[in-house]
Ligand binder design. Structure first.
Ligand SMILES: *[C@@H]1O[C@H](CO)[C@@H](O)[C@H](O)[C@H]1NC(C)=O
Length: 215
């Protein structure tokens, strides 16, 4: 019986590890066919004989993302949506720009770990481990520094300088997904009931309504 249980535990573990990242490719390339009407996990492949160099190419990361918003940051993603050759490869990247003291607010990526390098400026970065520890691990990074955010953990960045900052990130998914905590909780459509959020955040209706009005 113990053996059955431990096999089951191992299987559960293996399954959860496999689910934490994109599946491995089963062929050299599978350029996404964005016009396909077939719904699969990811995208169906274009006919390999019609694949061109431009299917593996993206241009534009020399251009700054727009940071004129309340948070003072902008992202230029290069995921499978922008670069169809990424389909099935389990990787993607992005450029992130930060206005002075701008933030990339606390968020998670459901399908990717993220490795970040600072090209310009200084960033305060951090992530928080799962319950019950909720350990906050943070550091100030300077140009050339690299930091990794483990898959699915809540993390953030802040420009701690009076000039613009720029980072490049790599993500271990063709489509990492993003869940900004504030948007998910206070900006859902339809709303999560106010009384649920009042109890969850141990606060009042007014506070919940005030935060919600911003999303
Ligand atoms: C940046 O975004 C703001 C807010 O959406 C917009 O008003 C502005 O025109 C944008 N700037 C550029 C250069 O696209």
């Amino acid at each position: 019986m113990a053996r059955v249980f431990s096999s089951f535990a191992l299987l559960t573990l293996a399954f959860s590890v496999a689910m934490a990242s994109d599946h491995s490719p089963l062929q050299d390339l599978c350029v996404a066919d964005m016009n396909s009407q077939v719904f699969v996990n990811g995208f169906t492949c274009k006919n390999p004989s019609s694949v061109q160099a431009n299917d593996f190419y993206f241009s534009g990361l020399h251009m700054m993302a727009n940071t004129s918003n309340a948070l003072g940051f902008g992202v230029k993603p290069v995921s499978v949506t922008q670069l169809s050759g990424l389909n099935t490869l389990g990787i993607s990247m992005a450029r992130i720009d930060y206005a002075p003291w701008g933030i990339n607010p606390p968020h998670t990526h459901p399908r990717a770990s993220e490795i970040l390098t600072v090209l310009e400026g200084s960033l305060e970065v951090g992530f928080v481990t799962s319950n019950p520890e909720n350990r906050h691990i943070s550091k100030v990074l300077n140009k050339g520094d690299v930091f990794v955010f483990p898959v699915n953990l809540v993390h953030y960045q802040r420009n701690v300088g009076n000039s613009n900052a720029v980072a490049i990130v790599g993500l271990s998914s063709q489509n990492s997904g993003v869940n900004p905590i504030a948007n998910v909780v206070f900006g859902s459509k339809p709303d999560i009931s106010t009384d649920i959020l009042v109890k969850a955040f141990q606060t009042s209706d007014d506070v919940i309504s005030s935060i919600r009005s911003k999303f």
